[in-house]
Write a protein that binds this ligand. Structure first.
Ligand code: CA
Length: 711
């Protein structure tokens, strides 16, 4: 027993004698042990680390590191890369770095610990999320990152568990089920730890769920409090922190049998914390179902809102609702940045958000009072905001149960989505990925809650049957990096990126803004004017946000690559033809000045043959197939049977030529181990065959018009 420590001490002595400090030979694996509230609050004293999702509790994603700057960024090169492996699914992680170790997450909620200087793998934790969970979420099996606290790493898994890992070994210490995936709940967001509590929300606003956020004791996993964001069935208390405020404020804004549809308001993305005010901020999602005519008249609090809660009790302090009675899937879950801004001669403690609804909001974060807000992208759902921040609605963008379509801007993917933005206190600008988007919404005439498929109360058939709307939407498709001045409420500059759905952003004291884009380019821009100073082609679409950190006196910039997410999966014919990625190979890429590693080349392009059987089905069968395809298949395999390059494009699938094989997959669940579940609970064999008829029709249409789109 006595030998081991003395042998270790002897080794340490040898290393010192040989002139090799032990700390350089191997990063101290206990760096995560030092992470607590004080260390996160004083993150600027440890500028080389990245200790919480938004780097600081205020989520500015601005790094004080300046070794890489506008003068030398041209010498940036690849230091190392790590192949994530597995199938080619979306990667959205913000890696954390503590004590020279990088903790990243991947698709399917895996956690990987790497030596942050070399990329050497230290451990991998695989939570073994059931593949069938894929079909119970909206936007791909993404995960945005972990939280670290006192030697532990916390991850929320896609199937609804919150797991604490030993940061040194990756071994699980405790696991709790915080949401039921079979009921439509999934977790993609990173947890946040405040005052010894791990706080985690969940998604599911497209699946008839009721949103909530829960706090667990970081040490034991014991549930501390839960806050529901929308009311449940009247007269049935939840015995939760939200009971009082829901009864008092929220419940009177709901009518009818709303609870049967879940209500939504899911807290699926980032949170922020102000230690001085002791307020935890959460953003809530769309109402469920989207179609307000089904859900309930009224404002439906607290959907599409920002709420301030007490982190120790979950007690409500204030709320601000952005889209009362939302019908367009305008989640307000997007990043909230806390900063001090000089607004009209007065320094205000503000909270800033650029949610999906297209408006950049600035609130007083002590009171929730609206200070200012302007559209950062063209919108038509509101004609502007009142002095108190309430939208002046445009009835033309509304739809109901009649099936009459309405075109709204932004579309359901949002003018800006979860891709993190960055506030640079040196320039006073907020940098974010903006997508020019529109969508045609139409209320479904019949609504029933389903076990599989989206429950939005919307009919996704409205678009393909309206070629003019498709053309209008495609014409509006843009994507750019925007520098927004939150004080003057104007764009300082824009850099067009060629396509929508681009990556998250980090800015640095080196005067740089880093962003990856949908076309696979990773670039550094000058913070003051957007001039592109450096870029590299990674051959894979990028949506994840870069981070920067320092180990051993060397600054690194890291970004996870891997294409996917809501727009990539569902947009289909609405995406640009150019938005087809060369290979979609998921990787962690890490750069430094003078880095000399070669960028891995793209894999050989898959040779897809379009060889459908002749389209002989009746027009009625094809029409039935189209309705069912748009309702059940389009959200993963792409609008109008055009895949966005993440999941298989069915027009090219061999099974389309083989009726029995098609049925074995769609009805019998033959590919369930890959995530393609059986739809026997929702679709009859006749409907499944009709979907095949429709895909054959679309494949033939494509074959006949290779050069042009069918519309
Ligand atoms: Ca949503």
């Amino acid at each position: 027993m006595l030998r081991t420590p003395s042998a270790a001490a002897g080794l340490g002595l040898l290393m010192v004698l040989a002139g090799v400090p032990a700390a350089v030979a191997a990063p101290p694996l206990n760096g995560a042990a030092a992470v607590d509230g004080a260390r996160i609050i004083h993150a600027d004293r440890h500028p080389g680390e990245w200790l919480t999702y938004g780097r600081t509790y205020g989520a500015q994603r601005f790094s004080p590191l300046a070794q890489i700057n506008e003068r030398n960024v041209g010498r940036l090169g690849l230091a190392w890369h790590y192949d994530i492996g597995g199938e080619r699914r979306v990667q959205e992680s913000t890696p954390l770095v503590a004590g020279g170790v990088m903790y990243l997450t991947t698709a399917w909620s895996r956690v990987v610990a790497l030596n942050a200087a070399t990329g050497k793998r230290l451990w991998v934790f695989h939570p073994h999320v059931p593949r069938s969970a894929d079909a119970h979420g909206c936007c791909g099996v993404a995960n945005r990152g972990v939280a670290i606290w006192r030697g532990r790493v916390y991850v929320g898994t896609y199937d609804g568990r919150l797991i604490a890992l030993n940061a040194r070994t990756g071994k699980p210490l405790w696991s709790v089920r915080t949401a039921e995936y079979a009921k439509g709940y999934t977790i993609t967001g990173a947890p946040i730890v405040v005052k010894g509590r791990v706080i985690i929300g969940n998604g599911g606003g497209e699946f008839g769920t009721r949103g909530y956020v829960t706090a667990y004791d970081a040490r034991t996993g014991r549930e501390d409090w839960r806050f529901y964001t929308v009311p449940g069935r009247p007269g049935v208390p939840d015995h939760a922190a939200s009971d009082g405020v829901l009864a008092r404020i929220a419940r009177p804004t709901w009518h009818g049998a709303y609870w049967k549809f879940g209500g939504g308001g899911n807290v699926w993305d980032s949170m922020a914390y102000d230690p001085k005010l002791d307020l935890l901020y959460i953003g809530t999602g769309n109402g469920a179902p989207w179609n307000g005519a089904v859900r309930s008249p009224g404002a439906n609090l607290f959907i599409t809102s920002i709420l301030a809660l007490r982190p120790e009790t979950g007690q409500y302090v204030w709320h601000f609702q952005e889209v009362p009675g939302d019908v367009w899937d305008y989640d307000a879950d997007q990043q909230m940045i806390l900063a001090d801004l000089n607004l009209h001669g007065r320094v205000r403690r503000v909270l800033m958000q650029a949610p999906k609804d297209g408006i950049f909001y600035v609130l007083d974060r002590a009171t929730g009072r609206f200070l200012c807000g302007k559209p950062y992208t063209p919108i038509n759902w509101a004609r502007g905001l009142s002095r108190r921040g309430r939208p002046i609605e445009n009835r033309k963008a509304f739809y109901d149960l009649t099936g009459k379509p309405a075109l709204a801007m932004p579309g359901a993917a949002g003018g800006h989505n979860w891709q993190p933005m960055s506030y640079d206190p040196q320039t006073g600008l907020v940098y974010l990925a903006v997508s020019g988007m529109a969508f045609t919404y139409a209320g479904a005439r019949r609504v029933r809650m389903r076990e599989l498929g989206w429950d939005t109360g919307d009919d996704f058939i409205a678009l393909p049957q309206n070629p003019k709307a498709v053309a209008q939407i495609r014409k509006r498709l843009t994507g750019y990096l925007l520098a927004w001045n939150p004080v003057t409420e104007r764009a300082a500059w824009r850099v067009p990126l060629g396509a929508p759905w681009n990556g998250g952003v980090v800015s640095t004291a080196g005067g740089l803004v880093f962003e990856g884009d949908a076309m696979g380019r990773f670039a550094a821009y000058r913070a003051t004017d957007g001039k592109r100073l450096w870029s590299v082609q990674t051959h894979t679409g990028i949506v994840a946000p870069p981070i920067t950190y320092e180990v051993g006196g060397q600054q690194y910039v890291a970004v996870e690559i891997g294409w996917g997410g809501a727009f990539a999966l569902a947009a289909g014919q609405l995406a640009l033809d150019s938005q087809i990625n060369e290979g979609n190979v998921p990787r962690m890429l890490v750069f430094r000045l003078g880095g000399a590693e070669a960028m891995p080349p793209p894999p050989p392009r898959p040779q897809l043959t379009l060889a459908p059987p002749a389209s002989t089905a009746s027009a009625a069968a094809i029409a039935l197939g189209e309705r069912k395809y748009q309702s059940f298949c389009s959200v993963c395999h792409g609008d109008s049977a055009v895949s966005g390059g993440v999941l298989p494009d069915l027009r090219y699938a061999p099974a389309v030529a083989d009726s029995r094989l098609w049925r074995r997959i769609v009805h019998g669940g033959a590919l369930e181990s890959g995530g393609m579940v059986s739809f026997a609970r929702e679709l009859t064999p006749r409907e499944i065959e009709a979907i095949r008829d429709y895909v054959i029709f679309r494949a033939n249409q494509t074959k006949g018009q290779r050069a042009t789109r069918p519309y």
